[in-house]
Ligand binder design. Sequence first.
Ligand SMILES: O=C(O)CCC(=O)C(=O)O
Ligand SMILES: [Fe+2]
Length: 337
Amino acid sequence: MSPTTRCPTPASCGGAADGYLFFRGLLDPDRLRRLRREMLEVIAAGGWLAPGTDPMAGIADPGARCTEGDLAYVDVYHQLYRLSSFHRAAHWPATLDVLAKIIDGPVFAFPQKIARLWFPQFTEHTTPIHQDFVHFQSSMDVYSCWHPVGDCPRELGGLAVLPGSHRVGRVVDHHFSLGAGSLTVDPAEHPDGWVSTDYEIGDALFFHCLTIHGALPNVTADRLRVSLDNRYQRLGAPVTAHMLEPHLSSHRPLSWDQVYAGWSGSEDLRYYWRDHEFEVIAKDTSFQERGFADAVEQAQGGDPLARLHLQRIADMSPDTEQGREAARALAAAPAVA
Ligand SMILES: O=C(O)CCC(=O)C(=O)O
Ligand SMILES: [Fe+2]
């Protein structure tokens, strides 16, 4: 992937034909800095930051390296998930106003909110290129809003998009990869045309659920990348069931009552979606099953990254059918020399 900066100075760029919209300075930097402090204080308490450093600097302790799929990750992540400010950030008016224009109607923010906490020098776990539909589903008119919580120059691993890729109009083939979501579109089929930028605090990127995108590797010496990505669609459209649950609650149980336990009585975001009517639909698990089957096959071929993935599943969910299958596949796969 060789991203180029397409929009260094204008206030916004992209558009319907590109499948993304990028805004400089859309979000309030002071509010973002307060959120960053709260998030990084939880992360520091979880032991991920270098001892004695200012949490705002986000200097990672290399010994704490972990990622989505690791139990150590979900332990700290689910502490952060209890911050009401983190949930509130997905409902900031500046974000919702843009979405109301994109969607051209009333906006529904999915209850499942997401933060990404990406360790430096852990580049095999970079989010691979993908279309969001395979993960979030619901309707074909879901939009994501990705933004860093702090400055995010390229070397910290911000998001890159492939302009116009949504015009394919369907979900393309995805295969196993390490990194968030564990599914990738074949990068060899999309070598050129990528765009990204040195994100500054307040910048925000919106994109359609078929737009191909991925992260750049975090190649900084020691900085943790902190960002949010949240999803929206027209109010009343069907919602896939898992989008009503806290993120990574399939890795370790976390209920909304637990999320809300420390919230003050005046917080109006609790169970806000129950005021609306929409159909709840079952998740199409075929994308994840395909990725799992790829990983099993690649592990049999001796691929160490596929082995690592299966090991994580076996450790994370030993009592599920997939966990047992992962353990069986590992036992049958050739050991890495
Ligand atoms: O931040 C990342 O690494 C992944 C984000 C992503 O894929 C998204 O926002 O849809
Ligand atoms: Fe994504």
